[in-house]
Design a protein around this ligand. Structure first.
Ligand code: MTE
Ligand code: HPA
Ligand code: MOS
Length: 781
């Protein structure tokens, strides 16, 4: 029975694609409740730091149509919604710590009334000076949690032995998740204490847990349901909890269903973003560009609460090496308190920030030694043997860098195009071209090891159709599609016979967030585990039936010979003994065999010791590589992505269409982060660009004019992974460093690569122009 069933059809479209385009997909805002539905609104702080001296809600309460106006005094349980550290208030008490912090919540019969009620609320503050930058937090010594360290070898000795030493700083910007569906929750109160919560959350179990804590309820009274999110990108790993909790408070106070849907501008102002970092580094290398030692201090802006900061910082630290073996390295991580919304998960989860620094270092080494950066990358790549160990002690196994580089150099005609670019640059004064090739190595698993578990509950109905419940959530990434494929392949039945249910805490309890790119790895295995149980039960019953039916004609059927293929269940040792899948199911039912099973999976053999900074935190690594060529208008700072070639390692892809979609989307999202997406605050801590007119995410004009995305063929993942596939989701975002460094290459061409440009991330038009200006000044002096 453990023979691998044939793949049915690997490139099917997203299971909801028709619903997406016809508008039939039901997002939370589309759900019809009843005429008692109330609209929730959040009144948040307009100052970054201050004492609340008065909060007058009486007038708002009197307004017709207003049904509840609540403050921290009205919380039945704990005023606490920090997911890991308990340092985040549901509603502000005596002080506020960032612009966007919830102080009062309102339920009203319409959105308009709720807005009018907000106008009637007067909050008086005693303003205090805010901390708004990492450097200010460092000056004031405001660490949010103790700092962390990962170290190997001896950096001091390494620096003493190097041909060259280089020091520097790199500012790495944050990023707004910009999910299309803003934060939303709809609560329907049931009988007694029951709450049914429709939440756009990546982490239903945690939403449930925090609601229970705030409401003073046992978890069994709270059901959290997710049909799908309209995008999440990490922004709903913890911060979907907030609106769900506020909506529950309002629902409890009014005994009515309550919906809270944040307006885009409010969402952007109130919620956390990708963490910005300030990297301070020193690197030692030899005349060939081989790195001997690196010391890097990663300073990050946590915001006003810890949220997932320490896990994100940990991943940043664990990706300070990217694809390069560094024999001596010391990585220090420091997370700083600021009076800004608490920063949170965003695709890559600190990995991109950690990697930006080493990519900048490699590029700088190349420019200093006047070599093509590809040469520096090559000699520093992880290899077999001694050069296979990460700073935290994990061996880099099944390294795919070599085949990726070989195939991509050829398919992208890298060398030929490099020559063409040089001649273009020699012949053009104002337009310059640049090109870069960058690798990605990304660790797959939650670094918090116990989170690597998943559950499933599979029902087979009497008509032979299958309803799969699993703990993962759908945010557009195609998890449910892959789960349908896995379930159908395991049972050998048509895809149309399988459906994935909306995710609910009532079916699969105590789940982890759908995050860390591990959705399919974990939930796919849990579903397979349930399928194995069901197949064994049906198989055993069928053996009894066959043996009864065929008596002594032929060998007796054994359950391990039973195969599920082509909508049929048969005995491979006696192939004539077979039954249609639906008939086998019905037969099992009449013979009192349970057709429902739970499944469970935990990733084996991974661990990490935070104190020591050592372990094997990742089940495996994902790899990818990209070449980007850009054209820069040096007078305006505008660049065009001329061509991008990507080769990405998805193991044996379960769904190539879906995976290529993730690679394309990841790269473009990364490009936005590296180029146009810049967060700006005023001196009072107000986010200035809180809508798409001033916060520039990539659009159709920004995608590469020539975009060639391929998956690496012939390199399956280990046998112990689901269908030998690999997680795809996050790693491709970091392929965008090829675009970021291609721009730097073009800037550098302005002075014929004689001087190294100043550079930071994002490389906005402004950054680019200032860098060119600075180069020209230095060149002429
Ligand atoms: N793709 C779409 N379309 N929408 C999303 O919100 N989130 C990303 C990635 N791809 C996201 C996405 C993030 S941050 C993660 S961790 C993974 O999807 C989560 O899903 P998976 O583990 O099932 O791949
Ligand atoms: N990735 C994403 N989310 C997480 C992680 C991680 O490594 N650890 C805890 N939450
Ligand atoms: Mo993704 S940042 O792990 O939700």
């Amino acid at each position: 029975m453990d023979r691998k069933p044939k793949l049915i059809k690997s490139d099917i479209a997203h299971e909801s694609s028709v619903y997406h385009v016809t508008g039939e997909a039901r997002y939370i805002d589309d759900l019809l409740v009843n005429e008692r539905l109330l609209h929730g609104r959040v009144v948040y702080s307009k100052i970054a730091h201050g004492k609340i001296v008065a909060c007058n809600i009486e007038k708002a309460k009197q307004l017709p149509g207003v049904r509840a106006v609540l403050t921290h005094n009205d919380i039945p349980g704990n005023n606490q919604m920090g997911p890991v550290f308990h340092d985040e208030l549901v509603l502000a008490k005596d002080k506020v710590t960032f612009v966007g912090q919830a102080v009062v919540i309102i339920a009203a019969e319409s959105e308009e009334i709720a807005i009018e009620a907000e106008r009637q609320i007067k909050i008086k503050y005693n303003e205090l000076p805010p901390i708004l930058s990492i450097s200010d937090a460092i000056k004031k010594g405001r660490l949010i949690q103790p700092s962390r360290k990962i170290e190997t070898g001896n950096v001091k000795k390494a620096f003493a032995k190097c041909d060259h030493c280089m020091e520097g700083e790199l500012e790495v910007g944050g990023q707004e998740q910009w999910y299309l569906e803003t934060q939303i929750a709809l609560v329907v109160p049931g009988e007694g204490k029951e709450l049914l919560v429709h939440s756009s959350t990546q982490h239903p179990s945690e939403t449930q847990a925090l609601i229970a804590e705030v409401m003073g309820l046992p978890k069994m009274e709270v059901e959290v349901q997710v049909r799908r999110m309209g995008g999440a990108f990490g922004g709903k790993e913890t911060q979907a909890n907030h609106v769900a909790i506020w909506a529950c408070l309002l629902s409890k106070a009014t005994s009515c269903p309550v919906k809270i849907r944040l307006f885009r501008d409010d969402d952007q102002k109130m919620t956390g973003k990708r963490h910005r970092f300030l990297m301070k580094y020193k690197a030692g290398f030899d005349n060939n560009g081989q790195i001997n030692g690196i010391e890097v201090v990663q300073h990050t802006d946590a915001g006003a609460a810890t949220d997932l900061t320490m896990a994100i910082l940990e991943r940043a630290m664990m990706h300070a090496d990217n694809a390069y073996f560094i024999p001596n390295i010391r990585i220090i991580g420091k997370a700083w308190f600021t009076n800004l919304p608490s920063n949170t998960a965003f695709r890559g989860f600190g990995g991109p920030q950690g990697m930006a620094c080493i990519e900048q270092i490699i590029d700088r080494i190349a420019r200093k030694l006047k070599k093509d950066p590809i040469e520096i990358r090559k000699i520093n790549y992880y290899q077999e043997g001694k050069r296979a160990y990460t700073p935290y002690g994990q061996k880099v196994e099944n390294n795919r860098l070599e085949p990726l580089l070989k195939i991509l150099l050829k398919s992208s005609a890298y060398k030929k195009r490099r020559i063409a670019i040089n001649s273009f640059n020699a012949n053009n004064e104002f337009f310059k071209k640049g090109m870069a090739i960058t690798p990605v190595k990304f660790g797959i698993s939650f670094t918090t090891s116990f989170l690597n578990q998943a559950g499933a509950l599979v029902h087979i109905y009497k008509d032979g159709t299958v309803l799969v419940n699993h703990g993962g959530t759908e945010m557009g990434q195609g998890l449910h599609t892959k789960i349908i494929q896995i379930a159908a392949m395991e049972l050998g039945i048509d895809l149309a016979k399988v459906k994935v249910n909306a995710t609910t805490t009532a079916k699969v309890p105590n789940t982890s967030a759908t995050a860390a790119s591990a959705g399919t790895d974990l939930n796919g295995m849990a579903v397979k585990n349930a399928m194995d149980k069901l197949k064994k039960r049906i198989g055993k019953r069928l053996c009894d039936k066959f043996n009864e039916q065929y008596g002594k004609r032929g060998k007796p059927s054994k359950y391990f010979d039973i195969r599920f293929e082509n909508n049929t269940v048969y005995d491979v040792a006696n192939p004539k003994r077979k039954l249609a899948f639906a008939d086998a199911v019905l037969d099992a039912y009449f013979n009192q065999v349970s057709l429902s099973a739970t499944g469970y999976y935990k990733t084996p053999g991974i661990y990490f010791d935070r104190q020591q900074g050592k372990g094997k935190p990742y089940y495996y690594f994902s790899f990818g590589m990209a070449v980007t060529e850009i054209l820069l208008d040096t007078l305006t700072g505008h660049f065009t992505n001329v061509r991008t070639d990507i080769l990405h390692d998805a193991g044996d892809s379960i769904n190539k269409r879906m995976d290529i979609g993730q690679v394309e989307g990841g790269y473009i999202q990364g490009m936005g982060w590296c180029t146009t997406e810049e967060l700006k605050w005023d001196k009072n801590g107000n986010l200035l660009n809180h809508s798409p007119d001033t916060y520039k995410i990539p659009s159709i004009q920004d995608i590469p004019k020539d975009f060639r995305v391929n998956l690496l063929k012939g390199y399956p993942n280990s046998e112990k992974t689901i269908r030998r596939s690999k997680a795809v989701a996050e790693p491709p975002l970091m392929l965008a460093f090829s675009c970021w460094l291609a721009i730097k290459d073009a800037i550098s061409a302005v002075c014929n690569h004689k001087l190294e440009p100043l550079y930071s991330l994002p490389a906005t038009n402004e950054t680019i122009l200032l860098s060119i200006d600075d180069l020209k000044k230095r060149n002429s002096s």
